[in-house]
Design a protein around this ligand. Structure first.
Ligand SMILES: Cc1cc2nc3c(=O)[nH]c(=O)nc-3n(C[C@H](O)[C@H](O)[C@H](O)COP(=O)(O)OP(=O)(O)OC[C@H]3O[C@@H](n4cnc5c(N)ncnc54)[C@H](O)[C@@H]3O)c2cc1C
Length: 471
């Protein structure tokens, strides 16, 4: 991986807007740039585009989409903005968050109405930190379905998407603008390609153990549940170019990935009243603070594992998630008629588990206060039969990255913007602040789709303006 000087005329082939990565961000950016009149090509390192997008729950938040209006959900950009800012304790980029929240509703409308992405609102449960139901998802509640529909839209628009094409180097001209890239094929053959604008949509560095050791040492040994191709290329190019990197220690974890099956539970098992206990049958945290911060809580338990316990009511809501169904099918979830069976599955004292459950029941009835601050009053106590799964804390994706402005332009360390370099999705700084606790559910795909769209429009505008000035 390197950065070299090479002027555009040296290239045999040049495209106007080049997009690196064909996940949600790359596809959205490509659709937006194409829609704004640019000639676009997407380069994807894998033979079949997948990325984190296709592994995800596919849930995209918005504040004020037409779908929400039709579903009678009273939401607005300011509400989503407030939720994003407050989950990150005000430590994200205020202007970027404002603009992203502001365009979240229209982006969902655009994806659904112009590109046929089959989204609907999720209104029967609410994620931690969401003050109203912001989430939209496709019927299967699975990101693979979202990516398939985005790819279909990309092909339908006639946008070139080249797979098995890993970008290994960037080139800049003498003025400092990006002039092209080097692409390496699986057989080792390389080719150079010129571009007038470049969009980095190749996610973060969850798949790069060395970068994890450097930036997020507390998660370096944790199980990585994301896509291995996301190995930090955008960040390393940014470093070489003198780009500003921000919140590099931030990440989205998940505190309920079934082990040894490596399938995550749908979070309604917790939001609807489920709990987590350790090997001794004791609770150890406010499970409903957020699934991201719960990863480290679980990792800090003996043997780095815990058990999630929920009931039929929670299961009924969680079962809409693709991953919950997959966990059931894989045998990762045990159904128990009573706490005797749960205690035996965990291997803990039955009396201790019984006491834990009695404590939670008292909290549900407002007769006791949770030592970790969880409010149990909005849901009834868990009742038999119980569901239980042994879980580990995992890393889903990194949240730090290239600092961008509200036009998705990559910024230099001095705050100035690169003319023709844009980023979105996991390649860009997220909205989570500096750590694990700032991740508001759905921020990943929010960044991928909205910043991706901003990046596409901005790149096309830059190319258009440049094209005009050359005439
Ligand atoms: C299990 C799981 C569940 C999740 N659930 C949700 C959810 O419900 N809602 C939500 O908002 N977020 C969720 N996320 C996070 C979300 O998936 C990501 O934030 C989002 O998909 C990022 O999109 P992206 O386009 O930036 O990256 P990706 O989808 O990962 O796409 C990046 C692409 O770039 C390619 N690439 C990398 N390097 C190169 C290179 N050098 N040259 C060419 N191509 C390259 C990769 O192969 C990949 O295809 C989840 C994540 C995981 C792991």
């Amino acid at each position: 991986m390197s950065m070299s000087e090479c002027d555009a005329p040296a290239y045999e082939l040049e495209v106007e807007v080049l997009v690196v990565g064909a996940g949600a961000c790359g596809c959205t950016a490509a659709l937006a740039a194409h829609g704004a009149g640019a000639q676009v090509m997407v380069l994807e390192r894998d033979a079949t585009p997948s990325g984190n997008t296709s592994l995800s729950g596919g849930q995209i938040p918005a504040g004020g989409s037409r779908l929400q209006e039709l579903a009678g959900i009273n939401d607005a950009a300011q509400i989503l903005e407030g939720d994003l800012r407050s989950k990150a304790k005000g430590l994200s980029n205020a202007e970027v968050v404002k603009q992203v929240a502001g365009a979240s509703g229209s982006t969902i409308d655009w994806l659904v109405e112009e590109h046929g992405v089959p989204l609907s609102c999720i209104s029967n449960f609410i994620y931690p930190g969401h003050t109203v139901p912001h989430m939209h998802a496709s019927p299967s509640r699975f990101g693979a379905e979202i990516l398939a529909s985005l790819l279909k839209a990309v092909y339908a628009e006639g946008i070139d998407l080249v797979t098995s094409a890993r970008v290994v180097d960037l080139y800049r001209d003498r003025s400092g603008r990006i002039s092209g890239v080097r692409v390496q094929r699986p057989d080792g053959v390389s080719e150079d390609l010129g571009c007038q604008a470049l969009i980095l949509a190749c996610n973060g560095y969850g798949g790069n153990p060395d970068m994890l050791k450097k930036y997020i040492p507390e998660m370096a040994a944790a199980y990585y549940h994301g896509h291995p191709s996301n190995d930090g290329d955008a960040i390393r190019w940014g470093e070489m170019l003198g780009a500003s990197l921000a919140d590099m220690g931030a990440f989205q974890g998940h505190g309920a990935v079934c082990t040894p099956h490596n399938i995550h539970l749908g979070w309604p098992v917790i939001t609807e009243g489920g709990i987590q206990v350790n090997r001794s049958g004791l609770r150890f945290s406010n499970e409903n603070e957020g699934y991201s911060e719960q990863a480290l809580h679980v990792i800090r338990q003996r043997d780095h594992v815990a058990w999630t316990v929920w009931d039929q009511r929670c299961q009924g809501i969680a079962a809409q998630m693709h991953s919950q169904q997959a966990a059931m099918e894989a045998g990762a979830i045990r159904e128990c008629e009573s706490l005797v069976g749960v205690a035996s599955f965990i291997g803990c004292e039955e009396a201790t588990l019984q006491e834990t459950f009695e404590g939670v029941e008292s909290m549900c009835r407002s007769e006791a206060v949770c030592p970790w601050g969880r409010n149990f009053e909005s849901h009834p106590p868990l009742t038999p039969p119980y569901y239980v799964a042994k879980v580990q804390g995992a890393l889903f994706h990194t949240q730090g990255g290239l600092e961008v402005d509200q036009y998705a332009r990559v910024l230099r360390s001095d705050g100035s913007a690169f003319d023709n370099l844009f980023a979105g999705g996991g390649a860009a700084r997220g909205f989570s602040g500096p750590s694990d606790w700032g991740y508001l559910s759905g921020s990943g795909l929010l960044s991928a789709t909205v910043l991706g769209r901003f990046a596409g429009v901005s790149a096309a505008k830059w190319v258009g303006a440049n094209r005009t000035s050359c005439l």
